[in-house]
Design a protein. Structure first.
Lengths: 350, 350
DNA sequence: CTCTGGCACTCCAATTACCTGAGTGCCAAG
DNA sequence: CTTGGCACTCAGGTAATTGGAGTGCCAGAG
């Protein structure tokens, strides 16, 4: 999948084990790990010298690297890659907090709030940044339309969709509409299009308008005109919910102000991150970008663990965690997974 | 106003001038300023030695302090206080950007968006953090009510208020209501209470319910019950809009990670900051908290410049800027002032 | 062929020492 | 009151020193 990756079977059993122990240790305390320590830790009853030989091999393969001549080794991106792909042993996520989340999510009405809760939980559990893409609603179907006259030419549109979401928009009209005109228009639209996809509704309306331009009664025309304007440009609001960015400040590898500032700035910009998340929408399983694998500068020292979440077996969004490359993958992965499962369940329309 | 402040007339003309020049210089480049430099800068044709004598006086009064024996002087909180209260000469804020803001604000419909725009502008203009409290709407009057049945016992409430704001709430009911029941209830409520204050409406309803408990027709009862629940607990959403927090990362006096983290965390918590802003609601004029004057730990190295904004001569909110104590007050103050004026104008109901 | 102890070598990081420049306080003379 | 002079202080930078951790490689043992 990733170019330049190393096949696990190119490594001896022993090398794999040592790499695993090394990475686990490095993740724990962030210091380069040397041969003496590794020999003890590995429980393989090897001397430091033998370990050194193995390390030399691993270095040649590009799985570890030494910051300088006489320091221990640290994992490279490829090292982490191999680790998360084939060596990792994930720990199941512990009990009570999970049930709490399940309950809280179930109790929520507003999908936006539910998403935010999930994002907060991710950040709280991992002590890193949690991010949840809002469920996409391109197949959102209409449930109710309401028009309300605000002033001469300004009309408030209230759209209720089947996933219990409410959208308000204000549109500026070309001419003035009376209250009763608007009411009739709303009634017509609601009656005709309930249960239909928003996009589809708009297309139908546009089509209708073109076909029968002249011979329409006043009500029909009003309804179509208003409907067309109301559905015009779907203003996607925020695209994802991010929580716990500030957690990232505690990681020494991100301590450089400039770097951190870029990172935060890019969280605000959203586009790049969103693009990254979009990539993960298609992936069926949990996805991990390590270090520069994301191909996006500010995330160079970070890893991103994402997984899609489903409602009724249909993928509707992505959620995950952003943290330093040196993160506890074996804990984070199951946390992300369970969150996806619970969020999906909570969003199921009732 | 502030305890422990120093009367300006306790200082000679010369001392005041020197203090002013010192603070202006320190604000410019953040270095302690020494006597030689100050003697030149002040254009008073004094020798450094004389300046030193004055500095000793100022230090005794607690207006300046020396970080160590042989460094120049830096202003203390009291020094800044005196400076902003009586020495400062504000520069009027420059043209084109202001007109841009005026235009953008005028064009906005949704008050929430308008507030966010103002906040962004503050942050962009000052390169610090901009914060705008949402206009309070306790005297918000009702314009339209709508009930919509989502499922057996869940009803969506849509409240439109006179300031063109729309609130959606979902309430869980004790018994099931039919669609027509809800419609009648909404009609009744709208008809009876349009133009009344929300709080007042709720009180009237509760009163009504107590008075005539039994002898009510079904519609009335439904209307009152629903109305009472709908207005129950006003869920104030976000309380203020904050922009440009990340700008604060570039200030060396806030460079310490731990401090910065606390600051950001407290932005997320909101309560404390909100309390601070609330204090300023009553102040008629522009208000400045310098350093620890806010009495709130994370803001110790920061100053907060706020001013209330008015709609139709009634104060409805507060906005301002948060930045390092060493900020360019003479620029920031007019920026904050003009923003308040423009925001107030833009929020005037049309 | 694999493992191990030994040894020389390297490099970082922390400590120490030293120096310079900026600035002060005080004093005595103008 | 102002000023120049002088001794003193201190932060911050540069350079030298040292100790420790760890490596690579080799030769000998299993």
């Amino acid at each position: 999948m990733t170019k330049n990756s190393v096949e696990p079977n190119a490594l001896s059993e022993r090398a794999q084990h040592l790499l695993k122990v090394l990475i686990e240790h490095y993740i724990r305390d962030g210091q380069p790990v040397g041969s003496r320590l590794l020999a003890k830790e590995s429980r393989l009853d090897l001397s430091p010298a033998s370990v050194r030989n193995v390390m030399a091999d691993l270095e040649e393969l590009g799985l570890v690297t030494a910051p300088h001549t006489s320091a221990g080794r640290v994992p490279t991106v490829q090292g982490y890659r191999l680790f998360v792909d084939s060596l990792i042993t994930v720990k199941p996520v512990e009990g009570p907090a999970v049930e709490d989340l399940a309950k809280t999510l179930k109790a929520g009405f507003d999908p936006n709030r539910v998403v935010k809760t999930a994002s907060h939980w991710l950040s709280a559990m991992t002590q890193m940044a949690g991010v949840v893409m809002y469920p996409r609603r391109d197949r959102t179907s209409l449930r109710h339309v309401e028009f309300l006259r605000l002033s001469e030419r300004r009309v408030l549109v209230i759209l209720v969709t089947n996933d219990q979401e409410v959208q308000n928009r204000i549109i500026e009209c070309k001419r003035e509409y009376s209250a009763s005109e608007l009411e009739q228009a709303a009634n017509y639209l609601t009656k005709s299009f309930v249960g239909h996809d928003l996009q589809e509704v708009r297309e139908t309306i546009v089509e209708e308008m073109r076909r029968a331009k002249e011979d329409m009664d006043r009500i029909m025309r009003t309804a179509l005109e208003m409907g067309e304007r109301a559905l015009a440009d779907e203003p996607r609001g925020d695209d994802y919910a991010l929580s716990g960015e500030t957690n990232l400040m505690t990681f020494s590898e991100l301590a450089d102000m400039e770097r951190l500032r870029n990172l935060f700035e890019s969280f605000h910009q959203k586009n790049e991150i969103l693009h990254l998340l979009d990539q993960c929408l298609n992936a069926a399983r949990t996805n991990i970008f390590i270090g520069n694998e994301s191909g996006y500068g500010p995330l160079d020292e970070c890893s991103v663990v994402t997984t899609p979440y489903r409602v009724d077996d249909r993928v509707v969004g992505v959620l995950g965690v952003i943290g330093p490359t040196r993160m506890q993958y074996e804990k984070v992965i199951p946390i992300v997974d369970i969150t996806a499962k619970l969020l999906g369940a909570a969003l199921k329309p009732r």
